[in-house]
Design a protein around this ligand. Sequence first.
Ligand SMILES: [Zn+2]
Length: 75
Amino acid sequence: MNILNFMQRFPDEASCIAYLKEQREQSGVVCKNCGCMEHRWDANKLSYECKHCHSRQSLRSGTVMEHSKLPFGTG
Ligand SMILES: [Zn+2]
């Protein structure tokens, strides 16, 4: 899926975020710092916080949205 398909399929921010979150959790969220796979979801910052070392990663990283300039969230 490319970014254009993506935007057509998810025209609003909430559905987009929900989709990205689901995808991330299906493939597993792995901490880049310590390798831990347990994370706390921070809905305000749209990011995952590692339960072990508290390092954060944005929802976008590792998704089709990662390098986009689209104005959603804080990622
Ligand atoms: Zn960690």
